[in-house]
Design a protein around this ligand. Structure first.
Ligand code: PMP
Length: 412
């Protein structure tokens, strides 16, 4: 029903209808997002905050308004919305600015299911400062909350974790984790890269301290992401980058910084992308996040049920607490071979470690195949996937049988 809103989905790939099941990597863009960005460049393009001419006023207004609209989307104020390049930059901003006030022996808690972008910024900076990194282990593909509670100490300053795993699809109980962490006065950062387009997020209700997400995973353009932070915390943090836009006054002796959110937005921002993101939010609001979640949950359950019936296919995920993302592997077939074969059938899925090497090592696997779903996917897409996966199995089993026969004949 929604596929008609996405021009890219009208094409054929390898002479087959394109079935796009790689939404955790990036989602497709509806016409209104593409059109709005095009319109901006055709009609309003100018730099923001700097000119008093008509075009600059138009682009400044649209860019400033974008903060307000994104704020409304997650129940935050416009001052609490910082535009970044994406989740990765949002998390780097936090790692650089928050660790400045930490000292040797302080502790940061992550989880075994984090994306590299919520591991490497912390581990690299922790090394420099002698900060200890602790990791919440998994039990049955979910966070082990009992063990989490044992990790918390008075030295825990930050707990940073993903809302939905980009590998396992697990929905983490973030509200509970935030509440427990706050008892220890630890700040909680939520990586909402995978959840933002699947679930309604209300930062006030969650009481998270920071939240990071990317525009391109929620029907918006690449190059724009969001960092939400509680106003009182953002006010205390030092700037991340220095330059134009983030200052009030500059001399060679002293610089004073701009108000929020501009203090964290140095240089010319991604204006067209912010405008595209606004259109993506309008698109989501028109459908309703509850409806998107219901559709994606139903489709996730349908896919899990159908995949579970394929012999020798193992799903890597909790199954009953999973949304939008399903990882699996087929015994004795390399995930890249599966993806390559599916590409020939017009089906786009992901294979590999999904930027989660620590998780792969813990699970003792090299990689998985991953399908990830969105509003334009249907049961018809899943049915086509199941047929294609059965074909892969048939072909690989056929090869294997022939190879065995050849070996047998050779040894006669
Ligand atoms: N965290 C998670 C859970 C992700 O899935 C991703 C993207 N795969 C990121 C962070 C990084 O997002 P980006 O590449 O848009 O910065």
């Amino acid at each position: 029903m929604y596929e008609k809103d996405f021009p890219i989905l009208k094409q054929k790939v390898n002479r087959k209808r394109l079935i796009y099941l790689d939404n955790a990597a990036t989602s497709q863009k509806p016409s209104q997002v593409i059109q709005a960005m095009n319109d901006f460049y055709e009609k309003d393009n100018a730099n923001v905050h700097r000119g008093l001419h008509e075009l600059s006023m138009r682009s400044s207004f649209a860019y400033e308004k974008a903060h307000e609209i994104v704020g409304n989307f997650i129940n935050a104020s416009e001052e609490e919305i910082i535009f970044t390049k994406g989740t990765t930059e949002s998390l780097n901003l936090l790692a650089y600015t928050l660790t400045k006030s930490l000292k040797k022996g302080d502790e940061i808690i992550l989880t075994e299911m984090e994306h590299h972008s919520n591991i490497v910024p912390w581990t690299e900076l922790a090394k420099e400062k002698g900060i200890k990194i602790k990791v919440i282990p998994l039990k049955d593909y979910q966070l082990d909350l009992k063990k989490f509670k044992l990790l918390l100490t008075k030295k825990t300053k930050i707990v940073s974790l993903t809302h939905i795993s980009n590998v396992l699809g697990t929905i983490n109980p973030i509200k509970e984790i935030i509440k427990i962490s706050h008892k220890y006065k630890a700040l909680v950062i939520i990586d909402a890269a995978q959840s933002i387009s699947h679930m309604k997020i209300d930062v006030k209700e969650l009481d998270c301290d920071f939240l990071a997400f990317s525009g391109h995973k929620m029907f918006g353009p690449t190059g724009i992401g969001v960092l939400y932070g509680k106003k009182k915390l953002l006010e205390k943090l030092p700037p991340f980058q220095f330059g134009g836009g983030m200052i009030k006054e500059v001399s060679f002796n002293k610089t004073t910084f701009n108000d929020l959110p501009w203090k964290f937005e140095a240089g010319t921002p991604n204006i067209a992308e912010a405008i595209g993101l606004v259109k993506a939010i309008e698109y989501i609001n028109k459908i309703g996040l509850e409806n998107i979640q219901a559709h994606n949950q139903e489709l996730t359950n349908y896919a899990i049920e159908r995949l579970s019936k394929i012999k020798d296919l193992k799903i890597i995920g909790p199954k009953d607490n999973q949304l939008g993302v399903i990882s699996f592997y087929i015994k004795d077939i390399h995930p890249h071979d599966v993806s390559e074969f599916l590409n020939g059938e017009g089906i786009a899925i992901r294979s590999g470690n999904h930027c989660a090497m620590p998780l792969m090592n813990i699970l003792k696997i090299q990689g998985t195949n991953r399908i990830s779903l969105q509003i334009y996917n249907t049961t018809k897409d899943i049915d086509a996937l199941i047929i294609a996966l059965n074909k892969v199995k048939e072909i690989f089993n056929g090869w294997r049988r022939r190879n065995l026969q050849r070996k047998h004949i050779g040894s006669l």
